[in-house]
Design a protein around this ligand. Sequence first.
Ligand code: DX5
Ligand code: ZN
Length: 243
Amino acid sequence: MGVAAKIAPSMLSSDFANLASEAQRMLDCGADWLHMDIMDGAQLDGLLFDNVVAILLLHFVPNLTIGAPVIESLRKHTKAYLDCHLMVTNPLDYVEPLGKAGASGFTFHVEVSRDNWGELVQRIKSKGMRPGVSLKPGTPIEEVYPLVEGEYPVEMVLVMTVEPGFGGQKFMPETMDKVRALRKKYPSLDIEVDGGLGPSTIDMAASAGANCIVAGSSVFGAPDSAQVISLMRKSVEEVQKNY
Ligand code: DX5
Ligand code: ZN
């Protein structure tokens, strides 16, 4: 018996002008969680100092999506688990506002939290949220082991299966080695995958050991979203029968 399947439609692919009704539609279609992508805008900037160009990494991803005020508004319309994925350079600054806004899960990126993840996890928990850590396709899986095994452990690992930033990208099968390694090491950990998941890629992710499935374009773009959600759930459950 493995950890329960959780299907989390990514609201990034929804009609933001009708967020509450889109959220309810997904729950009616069988979604377990609602995945909320919090992104911090343009990525690179260059400065010219005495003929030397300095490139600064100002933000985590080049897209700007939603923040705590939107989570707060949505929370007034739903009791659903809001699975927040923080693609920002300074996740610590978002703990207080997202906690107040009613976020359920708070998943930060390891690439920007190498020095303060202990404090971050404690603060997330103190605000009543469930801590998770995410990693980009190029980040080695070993980087998250200390966070899973620490004194204040994260409760979920989100393995990005595309470069963070946008919906509708192509699933990267090479990231499955990381999911397999995690599942082997932590049989009861929630392992989430995010990016390019849909009917044609779900079996790869499920058989590698993922149980939390984020899917944006494949769910919202389908004529029958409920059918796609159910197909992905079945794929995870089928693999778990063999655990
Ligand atoms: C990408 C986001 C994803 C995105 C997934 O940076 O983290 O949650 O919405 O979208 P699809 O399923 O379309 O790849
Ligand atoms: Zn995401």
